[in-house]
Design a protein around this ligand. Structure first.
Ligand code: F6R
Length: 603
């Protein structure tokens, strides 16, 4: 989603701002812009499309400025065009925004009635106008930030700059925001993601909701000050060293980040299990023994929700814990029944997904302990939960989540084993080792999967089917294919086909049938039903089943031995590679598919 980078300091701000925005490109955006203070004037350049367009426009004029704010926009209010791109500015202020101002229509009408003129269709411009109006009334930008922020509703982060000084201002509610300082070079930064600040700001600060940050430079000294909304000094922020590294940002010899991240999975699995069973994670996991809650409310979005559906099986089977897995955007608005003894568990790669964060807040307010299965240490979810189970996937850059899913499922499995007191057993270690070896073999066998992709990529539609724990894998397979290959794909419980979707089956419709050893016969008869209607079948299932081979047009055989619990992860890797190769044949933008954002910070 929207990326924000602000800078004030001695160097030309264009360089750190563009570099920061380019690091945030992977999150998805549709336009980019920058505001620079040049000769005491606020100059704004905005371009629809890729950051390259903005860079090219700036190369022409080669501007220089010691203070600036930049933004990559993922449109919510108003079409994708230069007017709606950020920053929004006037003679006195410029503002960038990430989030949604829910009462923007009402406020805009009021402000227009007072004579204020709007140049864009965005909700964000409402904040600019409020800031300008309150600054005129109070003569104080900090007061104006506070008043403007208290006037708007909804979850947002704002960064503003002004003509009259070189200060940066920021404030947020349930949206990511980080401030940074480099005491050696005397520079101050603001961003939506600490990743943008690696190598620039060794000291970073996470202000809490409703804390106004103000970055300024005096002589060679930069400072970051924090204020409550009544403008008294605030201590509601966390300060830390920026421990992120740039290692993940290279594709190495891979053509796409997605492919690199698929190939990273075997090593990551082994790293995770070693950390949890033999390393630093041991105390976290072994402390769980005998402490399983009465009920887990698992909430998440997209791929993370699918991981939750797999994890539910572990908690039910090994811990006898009832477990409900819900889509976060539904859970948060349906007044769920939450009781003492129950736990809220939130799964998220980014730890910044707005709906998932809202569910955490809801459970926390109702007095439930809140746990996360999360990738990003220091993310909002990580900071808000009572206990975190890090998935150790490293940075995931491809928009389509691959390695995070695998590590989320494994983390849920390790938690389940921890509750059952079976964590440090040879069986657990061995199963993950076996999984890692099998996944490595699948990655080596990519040519076979590519061949299948060649036979399928031009087909009209895809129905992924699975039963039991393979149903979430069917959902995940379909999600991956639709998001990166832009083809219609649905995931269905195999037994549901005949209740409607079977009407879609013809010789242009592909059934990707996922079968495991459990419920094999039942799933096989569902495949037969598709075959009888001339559907094209690609089966992924256990080896040694000639009857499955016979009924399928294509068959990818897998060895399920030694994987009594984790085989779904192995099957999923086949589907990840299939989607990747279909997308490649279709020539889509695999790492940055259209319309998608890596981290969905608006609801
Ligand atoms: C799909 C995908 C999304 C995310 C979802 C949740 O490939 O990446 O469906 O899984 O937006 O994101 P996180 O896990 O960051 O909360």
């Amino acid at each position: 989603m929207c990326g924000i980078v602000g800078y004030t300091g001695p160097r030309n701000s264009v360089q750190p701002i563009l570099e920061g925005l380019s690091r945030l490109e992977y999150r998805g955006y549709d336009s980019a812009g920058i505001c620079l203070k040049i000769n005491s004037k606020l100059e704004i350049v905005k371009k629809e499309g890729k950051l390259e367009n903005l860079r090219a426009a700036l190369t022409e004029t080669n501007p220089s400025s010691h203070v600036g704010i930049g933004h990559t926009r993922w449109a919510t209010h108003g079409a994708v065009n230069n007017d709606n791109a950020h920053p929004h500015g006037n003679d006195d202020f410029a503002v960038v925004h990430n989030g949604i101002i829910e009462n923007a229509p009402v406020l805009k009408k009021q402000l227009q009635a007072e004579g204020w003129v709007f140049k864009s269709q965005t909700d964000s411009e409402v904040f600019l106008v409020l800031l300008t109006k309150f600054a005129k009334e109070t003569g104080d930008t900090l007061k104006a930030m506070s008043k403007a922020f208290q006037t708007i509703q909804g979850n947002s982060a704002f960064v503003a700059m002004e003509k009259s000084t070189d200060r940066l201002f920021c404030v947020k509610r349930s949206a990511p925001l980080v401030c940074g300082l480099n005491p050696v070079t005397g520079e101050a930064f603001v961003s939506s993601d600490p990743f943008a600040l690696i190598g620039y700001a060794p000291e970073i600060f996470f202000p809490q909701d409703g804390v106004i940050g103000c970055g300024s430079v005096k002589g060679h000294t930069a400072s970051m000050d924090f204020f409550e909304l009544d403008l008294t000094p605030s201590t509601r922020f966390t300060a830390q060293k920026n421990a992120m590294s740039m290692d993940a940002t290279s594709k190495g010899h891979y053509e796409h980040f997605m492919l690199k991240e698929i190939h990273e999975q075997p090593a990551l699995m082994e790293k995770l299990v070693a950390w949890a069973i033999k390393g630093e994670g041991l105390s976290t996991y072994s402390n769980l023994k005998g402490k399983a809650p009465e009920y887990f409310h698992i909430t998440a979005c997209g791929t993370a929700w699918h991981a939750g559906l797999v994890i539910k099986n572990f908690f039910e089977r090994f811990n006898n814990v009832r477990c409900c897995v819900e889509i976060a955007s539904e859970f948060r608005y349906r007044e769920p029944i939450l009781k003492k003894g129950e736990v809220g568990l939130f799964i998220s790669q980014s730890g910044e997904t707005a709906d998932t964060l809202a569910c955490q807040e809801l459970c926390h307010e109702k007095g439930l302990p809140t746990y996360s299965i999360v990738n990003t240490q220091g993310s909002t979810l990580f900071r808000h939960c009572d206990q975190n189970f890090l998935i150790h996937a490293g940075m995931e850059i491809g928009v389509a989540s691959t390695k995070a899913f695998t590590q989320q499922v494994l983390t849920g499995y390790l938690m389940s084993m921890g509750y059952a007191g079976k964590l440090a057993t040879v069986e657990v270690y061995q199963e993950i080792k076996t999984l890692s070896d099998r996944v490595a073999a699948i990655c080596e066998d990519a040519a076979a999967i590519k061949e299948i992709a060649e036979k399928l990529y031009h087909k009209k539609g895809f129905i992924f089917t699975g039963r039991g724990v393979y149903f979430p894998i069917a959902l995940e397979g379909a999600l991956k294919l639709k998001e990166i290959a832009y083809v219609h794909a649905e995931g269905y419980a195999a037994g549901e086909l005949k209740h409607g979707p079977i009407a879609l089956i013809d010789d242009n419709m592909v059934n990707i049938a996922v079968l495991g050893p459990e419920l094999f016969e039942k799933a096989l008869s569902n495949v037969e039903e598709v075959k009888a209607r001339r559907g094209l079948i690609f089966a992924v299932g256990p080896k040694g089943h000639p009857e499955l081979r016979e009924v399928s047009d294509m068959y990818y055989e897998l060895d399920f031995n030694g994987l009594p619990n984790l085989a779904p992860v192995m099957v999923n890797v086949v589907l990840q590679l299939l989607s990747y190769h279909i997308a490649k044949l279709k020539g889509t933008d695999i790492d940055k598919p259209r319309n998608l954002a890596k981290s969905v910070t608006v609801e």
